[in-house]
Design a protein around this ligand. Structure first.
Ligand SMILES: Cc1cc2nc3c(=O)[nH]c(=O)nc-3n(C[C@H](O)[C@H](O)[C@H](O)COP(=O)(O)OP(=O)(O)OC[C@H]3O[C@@H](n4cnc5c(N)ncnc54)[C@H](O)[C@@H]3O)c2cc1C
Length: 388
């Protein structure tokens, strides 16, 4: 494991820093969280600027439209953009961080050529249609059906908690192509499809969250025709493809946010010094522990990136569950500490830490709950016997 940066990597960092310093001033603030169409336009606009400057899809392979940069350069990119306060990936989250990487790893050359360049340019936005009203943690029990009819699958069912569905062009969709039976266990009959969100039969009903925003939705699918050519991987082999998607989601998708949390932690300490809360020994202890925690998470990231570079592995392993587990708890503790620093001010929704605190509650649920991550760590990393 080598955690030092080469001259080339340091040079890359310096050029990126310069570009950010020249580009960020004058950038308008991100639109209000109640305005998702506005946010989509803003987020995709920022993505386009990154693309034009040569910073989109840095570590994606060149034949997937990427720049073929090393994972370390990608890590430097995440670190520097967060440190500089560059816009959040936002509406581009699914496309850039897990649907795109899945297609790059599992798609045919034709599929890569069709879907990846528009993601990198910010022309198309993706959402994730995995969860269903009765299939969250137990994802394999999903019931949305897809029946083959000529060159299309006819899809009927419902998906829930679909982030950004309202503004998405495509959905990475899991469907059941083989009913569960004695011969077909539930993990076997699943297929991964790319569904156009404007297809007839797709209805999106936004759901309001604790913070008052409606960035996710329930989707109703009524005999939606999805071309067979949109299937990524083989029919009934979708569970394996899904594991690739989830390993990207848990392994790499939250990395940049660790840097953002470290930045917030510094702001928090400064605020506590300014308003007298620093005298609270218990609070100081919490902030110190969180500093250690976020530093450790960043080191864990550097370590796994260094390993991936060394072994040439494109898909992150189960280690992503360790990261996801610890990160989502540390994020909640960070914003609980923010509430202690703010005191009564923590009820003020216009303070950026207040909605962050409310939304931090979802981090131990989204992308797989903590209990599920604990199971994965216990069984697949530690080799402990199954509890059930
Ligand atoms: C902010 C947010 C955004 C999301 N975005 C998307 C999205 O874009 N697309 C999408 O498809 N999904 C999305 N989800 C859904 C998310 O993946 C699910 O909520 C999650 O997988 C949990 O499923 P569930 O809500 O059905 O809870 P359940 O599975 O019903 O779990 C309820 C409780 O039981 C526990 N539990 C369940 N099974 C076990 C077990 N075997 N062992 C121990 N404990 C267990 C769980 O940990 C949890 O505490 C999002 C969720 C959130 C909160």
């Amino acid at each position: 494991m080598d955690l030092t940066y080469t001259e080339e990597e340091q040079d890359f960092r310096a050029r990126l820093r310069e570009w950010l310093a020249a580009t960020l001033p004058g950038l308008p603030p991100r639109p209000d969280p109640l305005d998702w169409p506005g946010r989509r336009a803003y987020d995709t606009g920022w993505q386009r600027r990154l693309y034009d400057a040569g910073y989109a899809g840095l570590h994606w392979p060149a034949d997937a439209g990427g720049r073929g940069a090393t994972p370390t350069q990608h890590l430097i990119f995440l670190e520097e953009t967060e440190l500089a306060g560059a816009p959040y990936v936002g509406a581009n989250f699914v496309g850039l961080l897990h649907a795109g990487p899945t297609i790059a790893a599992e798609g045919t050359p034709r599929q890569r050529a069709r879907w990846l360049p528009p993601v990198l340019r910010g022309d198309e936005v993706w959402c994730q249609g995995f969860s269903e009203p009765d299939a969250g943690s137990d994802l394999a029990s999903l019931r949305t059906r897809a029946v083959r009819d000529g060159d299309a699958y006819v899809v009927t069912g419902s998906k829930i908690w679909t982030s950004h569905a309202e503004v998405a062009d495509w959905c990475e969709l899991l469907v059941r192509t083989e009913p569960v039976s004695a011969a077909v266990p539930k993990h076997r009959g699943i297929t991964w499809l790319a569904m156009p969100m404007n297809a007839p039969g797709v209805t999106v009903r936004p759901l309001r969250t604790l913070t008052g925003t409606a960035e996710f939705a329930q989707m109703y699918l009524d005999e939606v025709r999805v071309p067979v050519a949109n299937r990524v991987g083989d029919e009934n082999d979708g569970w394996r493809v899904t594991m690739v998607t989830l390993s990207f989601e848990r392994g790499t998708a939250f990395v940049g946010e660790v840097v953002a949390c470290r930045r917030t932690l510094r702001r928090l300490a400064a605020a506590a010094r300014g308003n007298g809360r620093w005298d609270d020994q218990e609070l100081r202890r919490t902030l110190g522990r969180l500093n250690a925690e976020f530093t450790a998470l960043w080191r864990l990231t550097q370590w796994s990136v260094s390993e991936a570079q060394h072994t040439g592995t494109a898909v992150p392993g189960n280690g992503g569950s360790v990261f996801k587990l610890r990160y989502s708890h540390a994020r909640q503790e960070l914003y609980d500490a923010a509430a202690r620093v703010l005191g009564a001010g923590s009820l003020d929704l216009s303070h950026d830490w207040t909605p962050e605190r409310l939304s931090s509650l979802s981090y131990t649920i989204a992308a797989g709950t903590s209990q599920i991550q604990q199971d994965i760590v216990a069984e697949r990393i530690l080799g402990l016997p199954r509890g059930r």
